[in-house]
Design a protein around this ligand. Structure first.
Ligand code: CA
Length: 224
């Protein structure tokens, strides 16, 4: 898996990056908004995210903050100018590196490779462990065995498996999984987690695949 997710709204920059990264053997997925990036990140975990600070629907720093809460994915920030404040904020929020525009694609690729070299030991554990989900095909497996899930159990598992180890609050899960969060409540999440757990336990009784973090929410076990 060598996917680089490029979150950038300037087509010229995206084209230059795509060309330079492909030449180095990376697969490039490009999105132009925060919303599209969030959607993409629920479906696949890239090796690294190149993240523009200024996007049409908000600040790249917001997504950076979310990614850092979720753990592992390395991030290289792009900022519109060599503003010291952007650099400091980006690094404080946990960006792995930072490049100010205008930049040469060659320099950015070199920085990406350096970040990946630094990060690779911590990336070695399987991204999703024994849980495999194929959102497009509506298929899920646990330790290689197919799971027979309801629509919401499946969507819940897809969300949790997108970032193993990351804690999702009930409110967040409601918002991301249910089309009409107003029509349901926190107990709805608990109920579906309970039935989903029962199906996972039927395959492997322990350790618990979906962990409860008291007062916070749920997370998919990261280390097995
Ligand atoms: Ca921009």
């Amino acid at each position: 898996m060598h996917e680089i997710l490029v979150v950038e709204d300037e087509p010229g920059v995206v084209d230059a990056l795509r060309y330079a990264l492909k030449a180095e053997g990376f697969t490039v997925t490009a999105v132009a908004t925060l919303a599209a990036a969030r959607t993409r990140l629920t479906l696949a975990r890239p090796r690294l995210v190149v993240l523009d600070a200024g996007l049409p629907d908000g600040s790249g720093f917001d997504l950076l903050r979310e990614l850092r809460q979720g753990g592992g994915v390395p991030v290289v920030m792009l900022t519109a100018r060599a503003a010291e404040v952007d650099r400091v904020v980006g690094l404080e929020l946990g960006a792995d590196d930072y490049v100010a525009k205008p930049f040469s694609p060659r320099e950015l690729v070199a920085r990406i490779k350096a970040v990946l070299r630094r990060c690779s030991p911590t990336l070695t554990p399987a991204p999703s462990g024994p849980v495999e989900v194929d959102a497009a095909a509506f298929r899920a497996r646990f330790f290689g065995q197919p799971l027979d899930l309801t629509r919401y159990e499946f969507r819940l598992l897809v969300e949790l498996a997108a970032v193993p180890g990351r804690v999702f609050s009930r409110a967040e899960l409601l918002d991301r999984v249910w089309e009409d969060p107003g029509a349901v409540n926190d107990r709805t999440v608990d109920t579906h987690v309970k039935t989903l757990r029962a199906k996972l336990r039927a395959i492997r009784p322990e350790p618990e695949a979906i962990e409860t973090v008291r007062g916070e929410g749920y997370r998919l076990r990261e280390l097995w």
